[in-house]
Design a protein around this ligand. Structure first.
Ligand code: DC
Length: 222
């Protein structure tokens, strides 16, 4: 069983790269951001905004989040409903970032993530995989790029999915999320001890994938 932790800021290309690596190396790809997005969706549906003026622990008691793999694809279930197609909006991105700063939410999702890595060989992407969720991962990689490069990629991705979005709004959201994710008290985004920093700034997808596979093959052998 091997586990590869892939952490880094929003839009660094983690999920696209992880999906491709999983396919090439026969691993299960786990997108942990989707779990936080599902929790964010729950609170949003209940009418709360990013201030989360509510009893979070109590709401989590009647919340169920689960992951199922349909074909090769991960589907996230919230209270029994497949919410995959509802969690990629800019609003839910901000809600996910807000709920992820709350310790009860992190504790709520921790065991599910560890269980997936115990039972499968995984490449798991997130913010705290190498630091908290899987500190003994076979390999810890921190994928990064400038906020502008990341905003550009996210803009194209959302446009391709038919969403009506504005580049400056996306760049602002990315900067806000970077701030939230790196400054929160619990499990802040940072390079794990023994982690390898992988900068994708000047690399297109194919070049990034090639370098990443090289890093993984070398790292898994050692
Ligand atoms: O990777 P993503 O953009 O889908 O993640 C959404 C939010 O969830 C992100 O702003 C921070 C949070 N998150 C986290 O705190 N820890 C993780 N392991 C994954 C995501």
């Amino acid at each position: 069983m091997i586990s590869i932790a892939l952490d880094g800021p929003a839009g660094a290309g983690k999920s696209t790269l992880a999906k491709a690596v999983a396919k090439k190396l026969g691993l299960i790809y786990v997108d942990t951001g989707a779990l936080y997005r599902a929790v964010g969706l729950k609170f949003s549906r209940m009418g709360y905004n990013t201030e989360l003026n509510c009893d979070i622990e109590n709401i989590l008691k009647s919340t169920a989040v689960d992951i199922r793999f349909i074909g090769q694809e991960q589907h996230v279930f919230l209270d029994g409903e497949d919410v995959n197609s509802l969690i990629r909006t800019p609003e839910i991105s901000m809600m996910a970032s807000a709920v992820s700063a709350k310790p009860p939410v992190r504790a709520f999702l921790l065991e599910l993530q560890r269980k997936l890595a115990r039972e499968n060989s995984v490449i798991m992407d997130g913010r705290d995989i190498g630091t908290v969720v899987l500190p003994d991962a076979t390999l810890k990689i921190y994928v990064t790029a400038t906020p502008e490069t990341r905003a550009d990629r996210r803009y194209k991705e959302l446009k391709d999915n038919g969403m009506d979005v504005n580049y400056d709004d996306i760049l602002n959201d990315i900067k806000k999320r970077d701030y939230n994710d790196t400054h929160r008290a619990v499990a802040p985004l940072k390079v794990a001890e023994g982690g390898i920093v992988f900068d994708t700034d000047n690399l297109d997808f194919e070049a990034a994938l090639c370098s990443l596979i090289e890093i993984i093959n070398k790292g898994v052998k050692n």
